[in-house]
Design a protein. Structure first.
Length: 59
């Protein structure tokens, strides 16, 4: 739920859980994606992810 909670901070009204792509949240929860901290260049409104380079599928 961390992704949807984080994303809802940018909306005036809370969006339902199914508003956000569940597969994205699954990848994040499995540790395959990591969230990149917002910076001034994107006005802190974009939620960005990148592949987790430390994720080992054989672990």
């Amino acid at each position: 739920m961390e992704i949807s909670e984080y994303a809802n901070r940018f909306f005036d009204d809370e969006k339902p859980k199914n508003f956000f792509d569940p597969s994205l949240e699954d990848l994040y929860n499995e540790g395959k994606l990591v969230k990149i901290d917002p910076d001034k260049s994107n006005n802190e409104k974009l939620i960005r992810f990148q592949r987790n380079l430390e994720y080992d599928p054989n672990a």
